[in-house]
Design a protein around this ligand. Structure first.
Ligand code: MD6
Ligand code: FE
Length: 215
């Protein structure tokens, strides 16, 4: 009998306290997530936001939930209204809520109730530079991050931008729960390599579920 564990290389990257990697955790939800993403983007299409400094972000973004993260020449912030449609963002799908709750619980954050999901779409070459997630009012809540489609190399730095980041490969279905002492760690994504994913084609989609607002 083949011992499949022989082929499972141990994780190379030691993760900082407060970062939990749940390999494949979202696979049971993947089909529902992808169909719900299609519903969300029908109402709130992906768009390339501008940084406050005037750069077009290479990852396209949209949101669902009570609060949506936006960036423009005025800065970074959460809004209740999609500036593109001038309507509220689409509701958080049940599949997103159920997965986020279960993943947070598995990482020791019982009772996670996200009110915002930023959806990032990367085509080959798109990246995300090192940043902190600091626009949420409730920094005690974790962030649940779901990777779908093409693989990525996630960069995990330190509490200062200058810390040399570790490289964490992520594939379709992986979930990161990011909270507690890790909440303000700098992180990013290296340029996505070209490829083809059977479910999503030439793209990577990342969902980050957050608690943006307090009440
Ligand atoms: C991405 N993720 O994976 C970008 N932020 O495409 C993030 O920026 C992120 O994965 C906060 C917590 C977890 C994340
Ligand atoms: Fe982030």
């Amino acid at each position: 009998m083949i011992d499949l564990e022989l082929f499972d290389a141990p994780e190379q990257t030691p993760l900082p306290a407060g970062v939990r990697l749940l390999r494949g955790f979202s696979l049971p939800w993947a089909a529902a997530l992808i169909s719900d993403i299609e519903q969300v983007i029908a109402a709130a299409p992906f768009r390339h936001m501008m940084t406050p400094g005037g750069q077009r972000m290479s990852a396209a973004m949209t949101n669902c939930g009570r609060a949506g993260w936006i960036s423009d020449r005025s800065g970074y912030r959460y809004t209740g209204i999609d500036p593109h449609s001038t309507e509220p963002w689409p509701a958080l799908p049940d599949s997103f809520l159920a997965l986020a709750r279960r993943a947070a619980e598995a990482a020791g954050f019982a009772g996670f109730a996200p009110d915002a999901c930023l959806i990032n779409r990367y085509t080959p070459g798109a990246r995300m530079s090192l940043h902190q997630d600091r626009d949420e009012l409730d920094l005690s809540a974790p962030i649940v991050s779901v990777s779908l489609g093409l693989p990525a190399v996630f960069l995990i730095g330190g509490l200062v931008r200058s810390a040399r980041p570790a490289r964490l490969p992520l594939v379709h279905g992986d979930v990161i729960v990011w909270g507690g002492p890790a909440r303000m760690i700098f992180h990013g994504v290296t340029p996505i390599a070209d490829g083809f994913h059977p479910g999503l084609g030439r793209q990577r989609i990342n969902l980050t579920l957050r608690r943006a607002w307090i009440a």
